[in-house]
Write a protein that binds this ligand. Structure first.
Ligand SMILES: Nc1ncnc2c1ncn2[C@@H]1O[C@H](COP(=O)(O)OP(=O)(O)OP(=O)(O)O)[C@@H](O)[C@H]1O
Ligand SMILES: Cc1ncsc1CCO
Ligand SMILES: [Mg+2]
Length: 263
């Protein structure tokens, strides 16, 4: 695990281009900014090639798409491939809404993603494994999450992050797990969206090793949330989100190394 990639983000301030959802766009922008990246959002398809041109990574969030936004996402994915920029996708709620799953699969048939980041309900849907997803949340299921993540990675030929109490990261063959985190993440809508765009920032400084980038992003984000939770006496979702932003900026590699739990 190359936790030092965090310092590389802070040293090089990579531009992370996002198609976000309107629910969590500000958290996503500030999360990238706080950790040391440079966020930019886009809502206009005609600027796609130029936008991708100035970016070091692209994250596409399917959280609240409309027909024009799906066209934009498609153009952005194709441009990221053509310009060899790392491409991350967050398939929000594809486990709960069949139209979303179909749309996500249609898109991923037309461009190649480098990393998919979703919760168990979303990744199970992409793996065609039975799971009871609930809206944007993971829901419940009894299949092995490692096998689910591997299956999704093999189907899409990319790195998959299945996030949750334990994050599972796989390229379809090798598997890493991150055990850090806090249930407080679930009390803040958009924790996953922030993670997906922060994965983009790690991919930008990874020299093409997206499996390493994905693992490290998960470890850094989950550990920083855990550091915040460890300082709180009660479950305060509002306070958590503010302090999370502070710690994304302040936490050092040494702070993370002290609590890191992964295999
Ligand atoms: N029960 C938990 N315990 C510890 N950490 C958790 C738990 N659930 C989620 N996390 C952490 O929360 C972060 C976001 O992952 P999560 O799986 O909740 O995304 P998500 O479901 O897409 O969230 P959202 O839809 O709110 O964006 C990850 O860093 C993950 O490790
Ligand atoms: C609540 C919600 N609805 C669509 S997207 C979103 C934010 C989590 O991605
Ligand atoms: Mg999500």
């Amino acid at each position: 695990m190359k936790i030092d990639l965090l310092n590389q983000i802070r040293a090089t301030n990579p531009v992370v281009l996002n198609i976000s959802n309107f629910v969590t766009v500000q958290d996503v922008a500030n999360g990238i900014n706080a950790i040391g990246g440079s966020p930019i959002m886009s809502e206009e398809i005609r600027e796609t090639d130029e936008m991708v041109g100035i970016s070091n990574a692209v994250t596409l969030n399917l959280g609240a798409f409309s027909k024009p936004q799906v066209d934009h996402i498609l153009a952005m994915g194709k441009a990221a491939n053509a310009q060899h920029k790392p491409l991350v996708i967050d398939p929000v709620a594809v486990g709960a809404i069949s139209f979303r799953k179909k749309t996500a699969l249609d898109l991923m048939n037309q461009f190649q993603v480098d990393v998919i980041r979703g919760n168990a309900g979303e990744i199970a849907a992409l793996a065609d494994v039975a799971w009871d997803a609930k809206g944007i949340d993971a829901g419940s299921g009894n299949q092995d999450v490692v096998e689910i993540a591997k299956k999704a990675a093999q189907k899409q030929n990319c790195v998959v992050i299945l996030s949750g109490a334990t994050d599972v990261i796989t390229d379809g063959e090798h598997v890493a797990r991150v055990f850090n985190g806090t249930p407080l993440f679930q009390l803040h809508v958009g924790s996953g969206d922030m993670l997906s765009s922060i994965v983009g920032a790690f991919c930008a400084v990874s020299d093409g090793d997206y499996f390493e980038a994905a693992q490290t992003a998960c470890l850094v984000f989950a550990s920083i949330g855990q550091l915040v939770a460890d300082q709180m006496k009660e479950e305060r979702p509002g306070t958590f989100s503010v302090r999370l932003m502070d710690e994304l900026h302040l936490a050092t590699v040494a702070d993370i190394e002290k609590i890191a739990q992964f295999d």
